[in-house]
Design a protein. Sequence first.
Length: 238
Amino acid sequence: MRMKKRGLSNLEMIISFLIFIGFLFFLFLIFPITGNEKSSVGLDAAERGIMNFTNSKLTYFTASFNIAKTGGKGCFSFHPNLALGNVIVKDENDNLINASSDGTKKEDFVIYINGSGNFYQVYSSSDIEERSFTITDCAGLDSTDFGFGLIREYNFLSYGRISELNSSYVSRYSDLHSQFNIPSREDFGFILRETTGKEVFNAMKSNIGRNVLSRDIPVQVLHSNGTLDYDILNIRTW
């Protein structure tokens, strides 16, 4: 009798074990687990690295001038009491005006404008190129001869720095990989596209694996002439 009960107990254990194994197998079929799945750590690191590398700050303000104080010389200078980078200037109709700057500290920074209008828009960034002109005999205006509107600061991606990153991707990929703190077993790349889909830059290795994480980021790109484009930055890791 005891042998019979022991046999039934063993049989029940085997059946229970088989049911448990079958349940696990069912779970694996419904929720497959693979060792190749990756988190977004590398993708996040690539995004931060690319954004920091290509970031550009743009300062913008409007200014009105008492142009009568220039004596009709056709150009004038003023001290904005700001520490700025290169400048480009537009008139009230968004036409580019020849302008240049000089100085590094806000106490000695001066802007020269080749114009005779009363109202101008000033853009400043280290990533734009000035439309310089001969500044001799320009009238110097005092602080009482001009006034500013609200001074704003914006962050964009610099076209020049994206171009530099694109070249560096080919020439010193390992340095960038380390600089961006991307996990050692992951690779990265990026593509910049216009909103039409046309590629502007393509920094992507040829041996891309199958397990790829990808992210599209809408960006504004600042060009050296001060114009801005809306583009799509695609970042990938694998």
